[in-house]
Ligand binder design. Structure first.
Ligand code: PMP
Length: 401
């Protein structure tokens, strides 16, 4: 309907059509106010009421503990590359005022293009020393690709770091930590010093709300740009533990890097995420998507669905590999459930993409930095749509083997 095609794009990406339909009503008249959602004051009781309902949806879906605040901000995932460093260095400064900058260590787990960006920003900001706790490239086939999740014996964490960083799902490279502790591809939570102040930071941008977050309560900060599973670009959701909401001005007096007001978690927490005008329209659409996510059965439903969709697609890629037409880009067991990446060895990438488009499937081209194919299976991509791309892949393999 409405000339819509199947959207396998990596982000911004597919959203449920029923929700978009509902949102068009809200654009004209939000909850009977007579004002459209893009026209209403963010301080109106109708909008602030809606904002708290979005917060409670997130709390319900992820079982967010009461120790953690839910905050809303802008600037995408990228702004958090900076914000986490600034806020957690400030926190570390208050805990340990007398350390020199090079004694203030930030542990980064490097598994792909997005964690690499985060590392680059931490190095650029300074105020602490970056330790690469694990570099997945060292364990790759060619020593330079992000094609695997390192095994548990590959990590070297620091003694008392200001932060410990990982990216749950690497959207470009197609690798993802397993949600099962027993898997060799899980994040090694058991290697971290267990205390209630663990400065663990997770970028969950491209897997947010596709499944529960393992060990959520142990995290200092979880953040996610909205534009994959939950809404339009323009909104970033933060889940921040109470002890990470610190007086950044007091830290600056002790020598920490001053934190821009709109990036300080304390500003957001103290104002209920309304220090300045929030992204009203993205929050609205996200709220509708989250309600829909709850109505469908919550994260146990979506976790099972994601697992099924990805498993079938990986099977089809493997068949194509056996016939010499396709080649998966990532190590078995490290593959993302959200972004499945592979190369086309026979028949031509251009033909693969054009053939998909001719069948009404868009967005399958890999990221410009790595090439190949990337099929993204976010929550709004149905099982039937996944089956359609799999049928197409099998046809392509038959024709070119
Ligand atoms: N982290 C991950 C895992 C991402 O996929 C992205 C963007 N796709 C980002 C961070 C950066 O987000 P943004 O473009 O919203 O700044």
């Amino acid at each position: 309907p409405n000339g819509r095609v199947i959207n396998f794009g990596a982000g911004p990406s597919a959203l449920p059509a029923s929700v978009l339909q509902e949102a068009t009503n809200g654009l004209l008249n939000f909850n009977g106010t007579g004002l459209g959602i893009a026209e209403i004051s963010h301080r109106s009781k109708e909008f602030t009421g809606f904002l708290s309902s979005v917060e409670s949806s997130i709390r319900k879906l992820l079982a967010v503990p009461t120790t953690h605040h839910i905050l809303f901000t802008q600037g995408g995932g990228s702004a958090q590359f900076s914000a986490i460093v600034l806020n957690l260095l400030a926190r570390h400064r208050l805990l340990h005022p007398n350390l020199a900058d090079d004694e203030r260590v930030m542990d980064y787990v490097l598994t792909g293009s997005w964690s690499k960006r985060a590392v680059e920003e931490a190095k650029r900001l300074g105020g602490g020393r970056v330790n690469i706790a694990a570099d997945a490239r060292k364990f790759s086939k060619d020593q330079k690709s992000f094609d695997n999740i390192p095994t548990h014996d590959s990590y070297a964490f620091s003694e008392d770091p200001a932060l410990i960083y990982y990216c749950d799902n690497e959207t470009v490279d197609g690798v993802q930590f397993s949600a099962e502790d027993s898997s060799p591809a899980s994040f090694p939570f058991h290697l971290l010093k267990q205390n209630s102040l663990l400065p663990l930071v997770g970028d969950h941008s491209s897997s947010f709300m596709s499944r529960p977050i393992p060990h959520l309560a142990d995290h200092a900060v979880v953040y996610a740009g909205a534009q994959k599973n939950i809404g339009p670009a323009g909104l970033t959701v933060l889940i921040v533990r109470q002890d990470c909401i610190v007086d950044v001005n007091a830290a600056a007096k002790l020598g920490a890097i001053p934190v821009p007001l709109t990036m300080a978690y304390k500003t957001l927490a103290d104002s209920g995420s309304l220090y300045n005008t929030p992204p009203v329209l993205p929050i609205y659409i996200t709220g509708l998507v989250l309600q829909h996510t709850l109505d469908q059965g919550g994260l146990s439903y979506f976790a099972a669905l994601s697992e099924r969709k990805a498993a079938k697609l990986y099977t089809a890629v493997k068949e194509g590999e056996a016939k010499g037409v396709l080649r998966g880009k990532v190590k078995e067991g490290s593959g993302s459930q959200m972004n499945v990446v592979f190369d086309v060895l026979e028949g031509g990438l251009k033909n693969f993409v054009a053939g998909a488009e001719a069948k009404g499937m868009k967005g399958v081209e890999g990221h410009r930095s790595v090439g190949g194919v990337r099929v993204s299976l976010y929550n709004a991509v149905t099982e039937e749509e996944t089956d359609q791309v799999i049928t197409y892949i099998r046809e392509f393999v038959e024709q070119n083997s």
